[in-house]
Ligand binder design. Structure first.
Ligand code: ATP
Ligand code: MG
Length: 581
């Protein structure tokens, strides 16, 4: 380092680390945070869903991990580290070897034994606890680890958002009863709130489906963003918010004043889809009723929903109390309707029919006629079909009634950064994780599991905190809190630089000095692109007035302060540098 030599200190110089910034947007990136991570030189892709963490983002990752550890430890959780490489047997024991399916990376060792790369650790931790925890005196316990997970995602994309190898903080709680488990759940929930707040993220907590975890109750921590892969609804009038996979809605059930016309069959040649039929008949899609044939626990059922709505299969499955549900194949549809796919209808069907609650008083609707190229007009659901069950079975959407109050739901998109589940005893029963209570009775341990996508969270911070010029890191997770740009090498400027460095170190503000032989414009651009919260410029011009320039990344203008006031100014700005947008 020719211009700013000082071999005795621990200063990080830009020229000595590795920050391969790019002038142009990378072609591979579709969303802002992914583009910025690559342009700011934070990461590079090795292959689909596999990324290297460069020095700067590694610092952010380590800071985020420190926040997570502090909050986990404060909540009483105990850190451990389990193998990423796991034997097939534990996954057979929970019956998830096949349920997880293709998402698990599977391999064989030299003896031909099957192994997997852990996508999550319920199996391993429950096996451990089953062997080591015996008594109510050993409980409660919450274990956590910060570890690399592997998932062969169908569509790895958006950089670290959906990767195939990523860092997760996962935690598992073990309790003697449901009510004790509720306390452990609440402790993790509260810790998650603090973690996301400390890393400058605004999150929305939503009710979520429990999916393959097989639990009973769960919440997701969502970062609202247009680029989010999850749909969610929230009620502006009350606190209800839920993932679309789970969201309920309320439906006004006033009887319709219209009287029904006589049922009548009409020919609709080639019109199979809702769009085909509605344009053929010149009616709105909502005046049609879709009939979908499913197979629930091996038996065919028909689901009726308004033409402009989609079935929520999870809700349908719950309404049916079925343990498996899938769309029927073509042969089954033909067998139960007697017609080719596209013309199924409820009239005369001899399988159980479930209808969406909004159809309770439906009259004068268009339905399939169970005959090729034909539909029925003036369908009256109470007159013309034998509906066995009405329920809320469609995907909720903006404008639907809130299920908890009289408000109406708004739709948003979000990035899931964290997830907390009440698991119950599914895994403890599969692994025989039991404890002896005071009376010597053997009981299954009640579990919870909790995950934070650590690397996804880092990118979500960027998605929430950036502008046209680059990233705006919250100070708590910024790679460095300040970047110092020495624009002059006069003895005075060098002296000011050395004093500033010493006082930043004393105040525990971490910083990087941009010592590159580059034009000022390039350095300013890169400082904004990488997004250090504070920028300090030492130039001859400002020193002539006895000042140096300090600017917060999120602020429009800079402050000119005497060098002696620099650190206090920086400290003040850092403490108020809250998320901007
Ligand atoms: P998703 O619905 O986004 O696939 P998930 O529900 O499968 O996630 P969990 O099993 O709950 O995820 O994992 C815990 C956390 O790990 C998630 O909340 C998310 O933040 C993170 N995560 C999951 N899959 C990935 C991935 N492929 N890349 C990065 N982070 C991930
Ligand atoms: Mg999840």
């Amino acid at each position: 380092n020719a211009r700013w030599p000082n071999s005795k200190d621990h200063t990080m110089y830009w020229s000595k680390t590795f920050i391969p910034t790019l002038r142009e947007d990378p072609g591979e990136a579709e969303i802002a945070s992914h583009r910025l991570m690559i342009r700011a030189g934070l990461t590079r892709r090795l292959a689909g869903g596999l990324y290297s963490y460069h020095p700067l983002v590694l610092r952010s990752l380590q800071k985020l991990e420190t926040i997570i550890r502090e909050e986990m430890n404060r909540a009483g959780a105990i850190e451990l580290l389990m193998p990423a490489l796991q034997p097939r047997e534990v996954w057979e024991q929970s019956r998830r070897y096949s349920i997880m399916g293709e998402v698990m990376f599977k391999l064989k060792d030299r003896q031909g034994r099957d192994l997997v790369l852990g996508p999550t650790h319920e199996e391993v931790i429950t096996d451990l606890v089953a062997h080591e925890i015996k008594s109510y005196r050993d409980l409660p316990k919450t274990f956590y680890q910060i570890q690399t997970k592997f998932r062969d995602e169908i569509r790895p994309r958006f950089g670290l958002m959906r990767a195939r190898e990523f860092v997760m903080k996962d935690a598992y709680s073990f309790d003697i009863s449901l009510s004790a488990a509720d306390k452990s759940y609440q402790a993790m929930y509260d810790a998650y709130c603090r973690i996301f707040e400390r890393c400058g993220l605004r999150t929305k907590i939503v009710e979520a489906d429990t999916g393959a975890m097989g639990g009973k109750w769960s919440h997701e921590f969502m970062v609202l963003a247009d680029a989010g892969e999850d749909g969610l609804v929230e009620c502006p009038s009350c606190s209800y918010a839920a993932n679309l996979e789970k969201a309920e809605r309320s439906v006004p059930l006033a009887e319709q004043a219209v009287s029904s016309e006589p049922l009548r069959k009409i020919s609709t040649p080639g019109a199979r889809t809702i769009e085909d039929v509605s344009s053929f008949l010149g009616c709105r899609p909502s005046s049609l009723i879709k009939t979908l044939v499913y197979v629930a626990d091996g038996k065919p059922v028909a689901a009726l929903v308004p033409g402009d709505r989609d079935v929520n299969e999870k809700k349908l499955q719950n309404v049916l109390e079925a343990s498996t549900l899938s769309l029927a194949d073509e042969a089954t549809i033909q067998r139960v309707t007697g017609a080719p796919v596209g013309f199924a209808g409820p009239v005369g069907l001899r399988i159980p029919i479930v209808a969406d609650i909004s159809l309770k008083h439906a009259v004068n609707r268009v339905v399939g006629a169970n005959k090729a190229d034909a539909h029925m007009l003036n369908f009256d659901i109470n007159r013309d079909a034998a509906v066995s069950l009405f329920g809320d079975i469609v995907i909720a959407r903006g404008g639907d009634g809130c299920p908890r109050c009289s408000g109406s739901l708004a739709e948003e998109r979000g990035i899931e950064v964290g997830h907390v589940f009440k698991l119950g005893t599914k895994y403890s029963q599969a692994f025989g994780a039991e404890y002896l209570d005071e009376k010597g009775q053997r009981l299954p341990i009640v579990m919870g599991c909790y995950g934070i996508g650590v690397t996804r969270t880092l990118q979500a911070i960027i998605e929430q905190q950036h502008d046209a010029n680059g990233i705006i890191w919250p100070p708590s997770v910024a790679p460095y809190q300040a970047v110092v740009l020495p624009m002059s090498s006069t003895p005075e400027a060098l002296r000011v630089l050395e004093t500033l460095k010493a006082s930043l170190e004393q105040a525990a503000v971490d910083y990087i000095v941009d010592d590159r032989e580059e034009r000022a414009g390039v350095k300013f651009k890169d400082a904004d692109l990488v997004g250090f919260p504070m920028r300090v410029v030492i130039s001859e011009k400002s020193l002539a007035n006895g000042k140096i320039e300090i600017k917060a990344r999120g602020d429009a203008s800079a402050e000119m302060v005497p060098p002696g006031d620099a650190v206090i100014t920086i400290k003040n700005l850092l403490s108020t540098a809250v998320p901007t947008r």
